[in-house]
Design a binder for this molecule. Structure first.
Ligand SMILES: Nc1nc2c(c(=O)[nH]1)N[C@@H](CN(C=O)c1ccc(C(=O)N[C@@H](CCC(=O)O)C(=O)O)cc1)CN2
Length: 284
């Protein structure tokens, strides 16, 4: 039979259009448009693509975007000074520092320096802590996008067994908190997890974010399970693939996300939502 596809491009476009309509109404009422500062350090080609897509999404949503494209030789002090300047700027609602940063810069320190009310990535310990305490404010974009996709399935997550494969700060950990908030029973698997295949086999919902192509085997998927693949891996042939063996998983799952065109675009849509929310919180 085969799973139904969760089309991240389509859902993302709908969300960006919704945000754009709200921005247009706000501007028509004489208020300024939300403004997002996008900071890119270095010349990582994938990061350059993501940043370009974020700026395009800002245009579509009617935001002002301020772009800071800085050399890899930038010092940590210089980056922290820029972040502090953006924190103080009343015309800036959201600050996004694209990750990864060059190795000589401590990303945690940079994130902690962002004003939590402008932390549209939702990475600051304040926003992470709020999510953990069931009081989310600015939610990490990728896991929030995962939850929006899960909502689209119409499946009630309460009491469902969810397995998150990967425990990174950007994907696995916050995804586990989001699923817990939706009252699923959550198991977080990582590199030291034993019997991973058995854990995945028992899951009603699988969220994979390890960054290893085809790491989750298709025949581990329980028939009827929902599969959300957060992995975006570039293969030697230039093609993108996810963390889940898509073709086999698709035959077993009820719903599945493709790569590309799944969770990736949702990350950008949720960033637009967070930027509008940050603007409304800072300038009610
Ligand atoms: N400051 C941040 N840095 C990073 C984040 C983040 O949320 N905030 N997440 C990732 C990268 N990322 C966003 O920045 C991101 C990754 C992928 C996509 C996406 O739309 N992917 C497309 C494929 C694009 C391609 O051709 O390469 C897809 O999956 O269809 C959007 C955003 C790490 N850094």
């Amino acid at each position: 039979m085969g799973a139904q596809l969760l089309d991240g491009k389509l859902i993302s476009a709908e969300i960006i259009a919704e945000v754009g309509a709200k921005v247009a109404a706000r501007v028509a009422a004489g208020r300024r448009a939300p403004a997002l500062a996008v900071v890119l350090v270095g010349d990582d080609p994938a990061s350059a693509v993501y940043v370009r897509n974020k700026k395009l999404a800002c245009e579509k949503a009617g935001f002002r975007s301020l772009s800071y494209e800085l050399p890899a030789s930038l010092t940590e002090t210089e980056l922290l000074d820029l972040v502090r300047k953006l924190n103080e700027d009343p015309e800036v609602d959201g600050i996004l520092v694209q990750l990864p940063l060059p190795k000589h810069i401590d990303a945690d320190r940079v994130i902690e320096t962002i004003n939590p009310l402008k932390d549209v990535d939702g990475f600051h310990p304040y926003n992470f802590g709020r999510l953990a305490l069931k009081m989310p404010l600015l939610r990490p974009c990728t896991p929030h996008g995962v939850m929006v996709m899960l909502e689209k399935t119409g499946v009630d997550l309460v009491g469902k067994d969810a397995v998150v494969v990967g425990a990174s700060n950007i994907v696995g950990r916050p995804a586990a908190l989001e699923l817990l908030l939706a009252r699923a029973t959550v198991t977080v698997c990582h590199s030291k997890t034993r019997d991973l295949a058995d854990k995945v086999r028992a899951a009603d919902v699988v969220v994979a974010g390890v960054g290893i192509p085809n790491f989750v085997k298709g025949d581990w998927i329980k028939p009827g399970a929902i599969v959300i693949d957060v992995g975006i891996n570039r293969l030697d042939n230039g093609k993108l693939c996810g963390d889940v063996e898509f073709d086999v998983a698709r035959e077993r799952a009820s719903w599945i996300t493709p790569v590309p065109g799944g969770v990736g675009p949702m990350t950008i849509a949720m960033l637009m939502r967070n930027t509008l929310d940050a603007c409304l919180n800072l300038n009610p």
